[in-house]
Design a protein around this ligand. Sequence first.
Ligand SMILES: [Zn+2]
Length: 304
Amino acid sequence: MKFVRPAFACLLLLLAASPTLAGEWFDLSAPARVGVGKPFVVRIASRYPADDVAVEWRGRTVRVPLARRGESYEAAFLLGTDLRCDLGSYPLVLNVHLWATSYRFERTVEVVESAWDHETLNVPPKMVRPPKSAMARIKRERKLVRAALATATPERAWSLPFVRPVKGKMLSRFGLYRVFNGDVASRHTGLDFRAWAGTPIHAMAAGTVVLTGSFYYAGNAVWIDHGQGLVSMSCHLSKRLVKAGDRVAAGQPIGLSGATGRVTGAHLHLGVFLLGEAVDPALFFDGTIANEFNESHIISVESN
Ligand SMILES: [Zn+2]
């Protein structure tokens, strides 16, 4: 059965630098409305072999190469809306270079509320508020993590759906409001999997390790750049099996699960980021995003 994509109807509405180019030279397709904390598929199609194709979204830029498909040149990639981003309309901007001229196309994506649950946790007070002595370390680590999450290499190493990092059940879902000892203290910016201490944790997709180390919150953790702005973070490991610079294949063990960092017990916390925006990892393991992305035909491009 042919998969019908309703977003297709409102496709290709472009504001071109030159009105004569609108919709004729470049098509930029994205959903008009996206829930907060969700990934979404963007497609570009052109009749011409534009180079230096860059897309701006919420202050960040990703460069994507166009692949030839028959008579046209296309790209499909993912962007996301951070769990904590303000609701409202944001511009999605396409900058292209064609025959020594730059063109800019823009459309609007509205970020709307998603539904989230609450989770109550009772933990020692020192786990809710880190001691003063840890503040310098936390600040230093935040800088390293921010740099790792800003990685946006143009080559896409991932394909959908992703490999589950561990067989264990999904526990705390992404987006939960966490009530620590009676106060809403944080949001859950990843997805927890059950993983008894020592269970091998696998890379959910191919990529390059950009950061590893022992962190105050994340414990032993591994960040992998999967390409085109997609970065994963695996936390609380008892042991790391890879180091920065290593190339990893989808399904390759990257560490053993554990209870390091700020945790109440052994499990895997998996974070998935698109241009630094924390999005729901669960959507990459079922058909939600995979169907829509793979529908773009880009995966069947003949390489010439
Ligand atoms: Zn978690």
